[in-house]
Ligand binder design. Sequence first.
Ligand code: HEC
Ligand code: HEC
Length: 322
Amino acid sequence: MKKQYLLLIGLTALVLLYCMVSFIKGDIFKMDNSLAVTDSTWLAPSIYADNTVSGEERKLVIYGQDLIAHTAKYLGPKGSVAQITNGMNCQNCHLQAGGKAWGNNYAAVFSTYPKLRDRSGQIESIYKRVADCMERSLNGTAVDSNSREFKAIYAYIKWIGQDVQKGQKPQGSGIEKLAYLDRAADPKKGQVVYTTQCASCHGANGEGQLAPDNIEYAYPPLWGAHSYNDGAGLYRISSFAGYVKNNMPFAVATHKNPTLTNEECWDVAAYVNSQPRPHKDQFKDWPNYSKKPIDFAFGPYADNFSETQHKYGPYKPIQNFK
Ligand code: HEC
Ligand code: HEC
């Protein structure tokens, strides 16, 4: 009996040793492609592992990261600095403080701004882009460009994108674009997806759930008075569908192993974005109608397709018309 034990322990030790050695040599990674980190998908840096940033700049980067991750603590309805946003965190949509590949990250912000954006028809700075999300996604008011809060967010965005060359967008930055369906996205089918895959966290009425501190959300709202308004990026169902594909259900779906099919993503996006939410006056947006995204829900358009078809599709006829 004892001898058998010893043999077993010895064998296990040998196997472990073999695994460790091949792990260090990288053999395991080479053998199994699913583990390989060989593609060029963007990886966010960690400020705690980065000792090249010090002093005031370091304080700003760390504060900036916290502002993205816990926006409501500072700027939500019970915010300690100001009460100017709806209680959501930037991180609710920019996962891992904007550091997650395929999670609507900030990899390509510092490298591509300032840039011409068709929504405003103007060259936009990082400040303008951040202000946009505060006024639309957080349905609130933007912080001042001279505030310590904006300086911190700017320092963080600059720092997190430091390894990306000017003009470049690394693999996995922003939100994935899903192929268009041949049919319109269907809110009725989406409701079934919502009930079975999303409601357990986001609530039967999309209202989300506050954390025990009553300041931040444990599960952010998807519609209703406390959600993003209809001028936000997620109100376009292509953005919503692409975000959900790689990231929801939270902590389950990944880019490599998405939970939902493309069809389910489009349909659940149609369902959620057909529910009530705050309205933003957008009459000044998209001064050039022909630059409006296909799935922008509000006319006038440079074509004769209806608002309903622009919002839900089918998009291919519109695309072919352009
Ligand atoms: C409700 C979801 C949501 C929230 C909350 C949110 N954003 Fe966004 N944000 C988006 C979407 C969607 C986009 C557009 C992504 C795209 O089209 O690729 C975007 C884009 C951006 C961009 C430009 C990214 C790029 O690569 O061009 C920045 C910068 C940004 N957001 C900052 C913020 C900040 C700072 C906050 C918090 C104050 C915030 N966002 C909160 C959804 C959100
Ligand atoms: C296990 C709980 C859970 C499930 C299930 C889940 N989510 Fe989420 N969802 C979250 C959490 C948590 C966040 C915020 C992540 C963060 O702040 O880091 C989030 C964020 C979001 C956001 C961006 C923030 C917002 O409120 O607009 C969208 C959109 C979203 N989820 C859609 C969905 C959809 C659609 C489904 C179903 C297919 C789904 N989620 C299923 C937990 C969940």
